[in-house]
Design a protein around this ligand. Structure first.
Ligand SMILES: O=NC(=O)[C@@H](O)[C@H](O)[C@H](O)CO
Ligand SMILES: [Co+2]
Length: 402
C-alpha cells in the first residue's frame, strides 16, 4: 500500500484551520489537523515543502515508523510547528488504518473504557454577577463541569471573557490586540467569584479556572490556597511551565488540583511535572503533541502517577482534533475531562462529523476512522485570513503572558 498524495487544505470558516489530507493507492484517505492558532502558515509550508515530498510512496500502515522518521529525521526536534505537522500526518494515518480495519478509531486503540466523555464548557462574564449567570446557563444546558472566567475591574480585556454573550476564542485581529493584566487586582477578585458560585449553585458541579500563565509561582500558590474552600476541579496554567520545578513551590502550599499542558508539544515538556506528581491533569492535545502516537505515550506515563488527561479543546482546534480526541478519550484508562467549546455552524459544515453532545458529555460515533471529514468545495469558499492572538501588558507597559 502506498501514499499517493499529501495535500494541505487551508480554510477560514470564521477562523483559520489547516488540514492535511493523505491519499493512498487503495482509494482510502485520511485527514489530520495541523492548526497552530495565530501562526498557521509555517505549518502549511512545513507540511507542503518538507514533509509531503518524503511521504509519497511510503506505506501508510507504518504509522510508528513514519512518526519516528518525521521526528528523528527533522534533526531540529520538537517545537509547536514540527510537532503539529507530525500530528497531522499521524492522525491522518490512524484515520486510514481504522477505515481499512472497518472500525471506529477507539476500537483500534483498545476499545471503550467509558460510554460518554465528560466535557467542560466556558462560562464567562464582564463581572462576577454576569459570570454567575453564565455558569447557571451551562448548568441548565446539562454540563457537569464548567470553566468560569470573569472580567476584573481595572483590567482591560481580561483573558477568557467574551465581548457579548458568547466567548469568541481569539485569534481575532489583523495585528495583535493589546490586553491588560494586573495580578493583585485579579487575586483580590477571582476568589470572590468562586465564593459566589458555590454559594449560588452548591458543590454538585465541577468548577474550573484558567490562570493562563499569568501568576508567578508564589502568586499561584496564593491563588490555589485562596480557592481551596471552593473545591475546584482544577486550576489551569497557573504559572508558566517552562520551569517545571516551579510547581514544587505551588504544591507545598495548596491542594487545589493543577492542570497544565495545552501548549506542550512533547512528553519532555511534561516529564518532570508528571514524575514528581506536580500536576493532577495533563492538557496536551492530539494536534499539539504529535498526534495519537505521542499523546498515548504521555497518557501512559501520566497513568503511572495517577495523573489524568484533560485535553485542551478550544475552537482553534478543528473538529478533526475534537473528533480524534473523543476516540482517544473514550479509550484512555486515565481519562479526566475534555475541554469542549462548540465550533460555529460554518465550521461544522466544513468539517462534517459524527460526534454529539448529550447530558454534559460528548459521544464519538461508530464511523470507521475518527469520524470527521472535510468538505473541500465548501472549505475553498473561505480563504485564509491573517489573525493574531492578543498580547498582554502590565499597567506600566511591561510585556506579560497573554
Ligand atoms: O484552556 N483554554 C485555553 O487556554 C484557550 O482559550 C487558549 O487560550 C486558546 O486555545 C489559544 O489559542
Ligand atoms: Co487554557
Amino acid at each position: 500500500m502506498k501514499i499517493t498524495a499529501a495535500r494541505v487544505i487551508v480554510t477560514c470558516p470564521g477562523r483559520n484551520f489547516v488540514t492535511l489530507k493523505i491519499e493512498t493507492d487503495q482509494g482510502v484517505y485520511g485527514i489530520g489537523d495541523a492548526t497552530l492558532n495565530g501562526r498557521e502558515l509555517p505549518v502549511v509550508s512545513y507540511l507542503e515543502d518538507h514533509v509531503a515530498p518524503c511521504l509519497i510512496g511510503m506505506d501508510p500502515r507504518r504509522i510508528e515508523d513514519i512518526w519516528q522518521y518525521l521526528y528523528r529525521g527533522a534533526y531540529w526536534r520538537r517545537g509547536p510547528v514540527t510537532m503539529r505537522a507530525i500530528a497531522a500526518v499521524d492522525v491522518a494515518l490512524w484515520d486510514i488504518k481504522a477505515k481499512m480495519a472497518g472500525m471506529p478509531l477507539y476500537q483500534l486503540l483498545g476499545g471503550r473504557s467509558r460510554e460518554g466523555v465528560m466535557v467542560y464548557g466556558h462560562a464567562n462574564g464582564s463581572d462576577i454577577a454576569e459570570t454567575v449567570d453564565a455558569v447557571g446557563q451551562y448548568i441548565d444546558m446539562g454540563y457537569k463541569a464548567i470553566r468560569a472566567q470573569t472580567g476584573v475591574p481595572g483590567i482591560k480585556d481580561a483573558y477568557g471573557v467574551g465581548r457579548g454573550k458568547l466567548y469568541y476564542e481569539p485569534a481575532d485581529a489583523a495585528l495583535p490586540s493589546v490586553t491588560g493584566w494586573d495580578t493583585r487586582k485579579s487575586l483580590n477578585y477571582v476568589p470572590k467569584l468562586f465564593e459566589k458560585l458555590r454559594a449560588t449553585y452548591g458543590f454538585d458541579h465541577h468548577l474550573l479556572h484558567d490562570g493562563h500563565h499569568r501568576y508567578t509561582p508564589q502568586e499561584a500558590a496564593n491563588l490555589g490556597k485562596m480557592l481551596e474552600p471552593y473545591q475546584l476541579f482544577w486550576l489551569e496554567d497557573v504559572t508558566p511551565a517552562e520551569n517545571q520545578e516551579a510547581f514544587k513551590l505551588i504544591r507545598q502550599h495548596t491542594v487545589t488540583p493543577l492542570a497544565v499542558g495545552e501548549i506542550f508539544n512533547t512528553i519532555w515538556d511534561a516529564k518532570d511535572l508528571i514524575q514528581n506528581q506536580l500536576i493532577d491533569y495533563i492538557r496536551a492535545t492530539i494536534v499539539g503533541a504529535g498526534g495519537v502516537t505521542h499523546l498515548r505515550r504521555i497518557a501512559d506515563l501520566a497513568s503511572l502517577y495517577q495523573i489524568r488527561t484533560g485535553c485542551h479543546g478550544a475552537t482553534d482546534l478543528s473538529p478533526v482534533t475534537m473528533g480524534t480526541a473523543l476516540h482517544f478519550d473514550t479509550w484512555v484508562p486515565n481519562f479526566g475531562i475534555q475541554e469542549y467549546m462548540r465550533h460555529s455552524e460554518e465550521t461544522d459544515a466544513v468539517f462534517p462529523h459524527d460526534y454529539h453532545f448529550a447530558d454534559g458529555e460528548l459521544f464519538c460515533g461508530e464511523t470507521p476512522g475518527h469520524g470527521v471529514d472535510i468538505d473541500e468545495a465548501l472549505a475553498a469558499k473561505y480563504p485564509y485570513k491573517p489573525a493574531y492572538l492578543p498580547v498582554a501588558r502590565l499597567e506600566d507597559g511591561t510585556m506579560w503572558n497573554w
